[in-house]
Design a protein around this ligand. Structure first.
Ligand SMILES: [Mg+2]
Length: 346
């Protein structure tokens, strides 16, 4: 089989109300945007995938990836991986495209991707991943309502300038929800973005003090408290943290995560397949976690409806039952409306 066509679309779905993601402090998100790819083949099978976008920054991407992918066998995932890696040397990471090839492979074999990867369809537990940082007293009320809907776990965000305010945030919420919900916290320091508000980067001292506060408040895991390339800092934090440390969300696939494992950076590895090497490399991470007794799961907060992510979530949870799988943030998903306003640009 050969890839014979590549179509790229910019998709922008307006939100009902503005969303304020803690991972880009001060950024008023008005749309859910992504780049959608459709690969055509000489056998008539099509594969789809999508990658998070800020706008139309990938305009012209087809000029780059066409030379790599046209004529390639999409079911040869090793080859696709190698070509996408090459296509990323000079700029954009393109691992999100790989899921479209899994889509083709599954359609050819008439199997869902999770079956190709050894998984089985079954119910999975999910946690509620919040996306905005609300006043803690307000968040308590929101989370109690979430618990009424059947959620057992929720993930908070912290992005205050001062450590004391981050600690107060989790103290008030942990006390307010009591034993109604288990709580995790995402610091979103792994890939700090400060294009709007200038939020300080955490150092090991601040991360350690916050981890201790997490321990004091019954938090079950702390996600990305340090720069995701600060391998030594993350390893040092893991040694002293009273709570589990999670990370590797947007790292550059197996090449970086292998180093993290060698340095023993985390209790929980949670790579995003669309950024961190595609489904195949994330499988490598999961298998390495199983071999070494670490945990793996992922945070579904960045975007929604990506074929690669959905497949990967099911797979990871199938293999690792220790933690629930993250749902898009309650603040975000409730603001989405299913309107397609895509623009063809290739
Ligand atoms: Mg996260």
């Amino acid at each position: 089989m050969q890839i014979t066509s590549i179509e790229l679309y910019h998709v922008s779905i307006p939100l009902k109300t503005t969303f304020w993601p803690t991972w880009i402090p001060g950024y008023p998100q008005t749309h859910n945007r992504f780049t959608l790819i459709r690969l055509g083949t000489d056998e008539g099978i099509e594969g789809y995938s999508a990658g998070s976008a800020m706008g139309i920054e990938r305009q012209g991407l087809g000029d780059l990836i066409a030379g790599y992918l046209l004529g390639t066998d999409p079911t040869d995932i090793d080859m696709v991986q190698a070509l996408l890696k090459q296509a990323g040397f000079l700029g954009w990471r393109n691992f999100w495209v790989e899921a479209a090839c899994w889509d083709i492979k599954g359609k050819k074999e008439n199997k869902p991707v999770y079956e190709l990867l050894g998984g089985k369809a079954r119910p999975i537990e999910v946690y509620c991943s919040t996306g905005e940082m609300h006043p803690p007293e307000q968040r308590v009320e929101e989370l109690l309502a979430i618990a009424e809907r059947g959620f057992k776990t929720a993930k908070l965000r912290v992005k205050n300038k001062e450590l004391k305010d981050d600690i107060r945030h989790i103290e008030v919420i942990a006390k307010g929800v009591g034993n109604r919900l288990k709580l995790a916290v995402d610091a979103n320091q792994g890939w700090l973005v400060t294009i709007m508000e200038k939020i300080p980067a955490w150092d090991l001292k601040r991360a350690s003090e916050f981890a201790k506060a997490c321990g004091d408040n019954g938090i079950i895991w702390l996600e990305e408290p340090l720069d995701s390339r600060d391998y030594d800092g993350n390893a040092a934090l893991k040694k002293i943290s009273p709570v589990k440390i999670a990370g590797a969300e947007l790292n550059y696939g197996w090449d970086e995560i292998k180093i993290m494992m060698e340095k023993d950076c985390f209790h929980i590895y949670q790579p995003d397949a669309t950024f961190a090497g595609g489904i195949a490399q994330v499988m490598q991470v999961i298998e390495a976690c199983q071999d070494n007794g670490w945990e793996s799961h992922r945070d579904r907060s960045e975007a929604q409806g990506y074929p690669g992510k959905r497949d990967q979530d099911s797979l990871e949870h199938e293999k690792q039952e220790r933690q629930p799988v993250g749902l898009p943030p309650d603040d975000f998903s409730s603001k989405s409306i299913p309107v397609h306003v895509g623009q063809f640009f290739f």
